[in-house]
Write a protein that binds this ligand. Structure first.
Ligand SMILES: *Cc1c(COP(=O)(O)O)cnc(C)c1O
Length: 427
C-alpha cells in the first residue's frame, strides 16, 4: 500500500504511538472468552479514565463527535435559549446546534491561547444564556475560574470540548471536570487513540450519567432469558415463553426510550487503557518538541509563542505560534516550510464564517481577534510523539531557516509588534 504521506515531517495522522504493549493487550482480549461489547475491558478503561481525570463518571462512546451530540442533548435547550460558543474549534464542537432553534453567540478569543476571552464572554451574557460550549484550544486549558464564576451565579451550564486537552491540567485539576460535562476524542490524531476512533464523556452528575447510559446503548431487557439459573426461577419465567400481548408490551416499553448504539468496543477500550498509561510519556514528548520550537521562534522579533500562565500544564495537542507581517508574509513562511518537507495544517477556520453559520446570520467582524489571527498570524506546526528525533531536528532547523528567509535576520531593526496593539490583546 502506498503511504499517504509525502512530507518528511507530517502533521499528525497519528497523535500517539502504538507498539508491542498495545498489541499484547489486543491479543489478550481476542484470546479471552469475554464479550467484545460492554464487557470488562470497557469497564476497566472507564475506571482508569475516572481515576486519571478525577471525574465521578466516565462513559465511553464511539467518537468525540458522538460524545458532543449526546452532551448537547443533555443541555435540554429550548427555542429562544442562547448558547455562547467559541469560533476557534473543530466544527463538531457546535455542529449539533444547527439542529436546535437557539441563538448562537460566538465569543471572541484571547490572542495567545485562542481560548474564549472571559471579558468577551461576560459581555455576551443575557438572561436567556443557557449554556457555554468551549474548547481547550490545542491543549491549553481555558480560563475556567472566571468562566465558571460567570456561569454558576446565573445557572448557566458549561460543556468542555476536551478533544485536545487530555494530558493538560488547570491548577492541578483535569479538563473535563471543571465544567458540567466533558467530551474527549480518541481519534487517530488525538493525544491517545482507541484504534483510530473513540470518545469519552465525563460528568459528576448522576442524573446525566443515567441519561448517557440510555442514550449510548440501545440494549433493552430481553423478553425471555435464561441468563439466571432456571430452577427456582422457572415458574416466574414460564409466562414469558408464551405469547402475551400484555407481557410483551410491558417488557419492551424501554424500546421507546432506547438511544442509539454508540458503544465503544472492548478491543478498542483495552488499547485505550494501555494508551492512557503512556499518556504522561506522550505528553512529555509533545512538551519537549514545543520547547524546542519556542526557542527558535522566539528569537525572531514579532513572532509570538504560547507561554501558559502559572498553574497551567499545556498538552500541546497543537503547537501554535503567531507570525508578523500580515497574510502575505505568513504565506511565504508556509511555502518556505513546505519546500523543506514540513506539512502545515492551520487549525481552525473561524466557524462563524463557514457557510452554514453565515446562513444563520453570522458575519465577518463578529470575532475580530479570531479573524485577524487566523487570516494573518496563526501558524500550527507538527508536534506529536510519533516524530523521531531526526524529524524533530529537521523541523526545528526548517523553522529557523524559513523564518530567516521570510523575515531576515532576527536583529532586523525595522520590526514592529503590531499584534500587541490589537484591541483586547494581552501581553
Ligand atoms: C477531533 C475533535 C472532535 C471530534 O472528535 P472525533 O472523535 O474525531 O469525532 C471534536 N472537537 C475537537 C476540538 C476535535 O479536535
Amino acid at each position: 500500500m502506498e503511504s499517504c504521506c509525502t512530507y518528511d515531517v507530517p502533521f499528525a495522522r497519528r497523535g500517539s504511538v502504538l507498539d508491542e504493549d498495545d498489541l499484547v493487550a489486543l491479543t489478550r482480549v481476542l484470546r479471552s472468552d469475554d464479550p467484545l461489547s460492554a464487557g470488562p475491558w470497557r469497564s476497566q478503561f472507564e475506571d482508569d479514565f475516572r481515576r486519571y481525570t478525577g471525574a465521578k463518571h466516565a462513559m465511553s462512546v464511539t467518537s468525540g463527535t458522538v460524545a458532543l451530540e449526546i452532551a448537547i442533548s443533555l443541555l435540554d435547550l429550548s427555542p429562544g435559549d442562547e448558547v455562547i460558543v467559541t469560533p476557534q474549534t473543530f466544527h463538531a464542537t457546535i455542529q449539533p446546534l444547527l439542529d436546535h432553534d437557539v441563538r448562537v453567540r460566538f465569543c471572541d478569543v484571547d490572542p495567545y491561547s485562542l481560548n474564549m476571552d472571559p471579558d468577551c464572554l461576560e459581555s455576551l451574557l443575557t438572561d436567556r444564556t443557557r449554556a457555554i460550549l468551549l474548547v481547550h484550544y490545542g491543549g491549553w486549558p481555558a480560563e475556567m475560574d472566571r468562566i465558571v464564576e460567570l456561569a454558576r451565579s446565573r445557572g448557566i451550564l458549561i460543556l468542555e470540548d476536551c478533544a485536545h486537552a487530555l494530558g493538560a491540567t488547570y491548577n492541578g485539576r483535569h479538563p473535563g471536570t471543571l465544567g458540567d460535562i466533558g467530551c474527549f476524542s480518541f481519534h487517530s490524531s488525538k493525544n491517545i487513540t482507541t484504534l483510530g476512533e473513540g470518545g469519552m464523556l465525563t460528568t459528576d452528575r448522576d442524573d446525566w450519567a443515567e441519561r448517557i447510559e440510555r442514550l449510548r446503548s440501545n440494549q433493552v431487557d430481553g423478553v425471555f432469558t435464561t441468563a439466571q439459573p432456571v430452577g427456582a426461577a422457572a415458574p416466574a419465567l414460564l409466562p414469558y415463553m408464551k405469547y402475551s400481548d400484555y407481557i410483551y408490551r410491558d417488557q419492551c416499553a424501554s424500546i421507546r426510550r432506547a438511544g442509539t448504539n454508540a458503544t465503544l468496543s472492548d478491543a478498542a477500550a483495552a488499547v485505550g487503557s494501555v494508551q492512557l498509561g503512556k499518556l504522561p510519556a506522550f505528553a512529555e514528548r509533545r512538551r519537549n518538541t514545543a520547547a524546542l520550537l519556542d526557542q527558535v521562534a522566539s528569537q525572531y522579533p514579532g513572532v509570538r509563542v504560547q507561554r501558559p500562565t502559572a498553574g497551567l500544564v499545556h498538552a500541546y495537542h497543537l503547537y501554535t505560534c503567531f507570525v508578523p507581517g500580515g497574510a502575505d508574509a505568513r504565506a511565504q513562511l508556509v511555502q518556505a516550510l513546505d519546500r523543506r518537507g514540513i506539512e502545515i495544517q492551520l487549525r481552525y477556520f473561524p466557524l462563524h464564517l463557514v457557510p452554514e453559520w453565515q446562513a444563520r446570520g453570522h458575519r465577518p467582524g463578529e470575532c475580530p481577534v479570531a479573524e485577524h489571527l487566523w487570516f494573518e498570524e496563526q501558524l500550527n506546526l507538527p508536534c506529536h510523539p510519533g516524530l523521531t528525533d531526526r524529524q524533530i531536528d529537521r523541523l526545528v532547523n526548517a523553522l529557523d531557516e524559513s523564518l530567516l528567509e521570510t523575515y531576515g535576520s532576527s536583529n532586523d531593526p525595522g520590526w514592529r509588534d503590531d499584534a500587541l496593539r490589537m484591541p483586547g490583546a494581552g501581553v
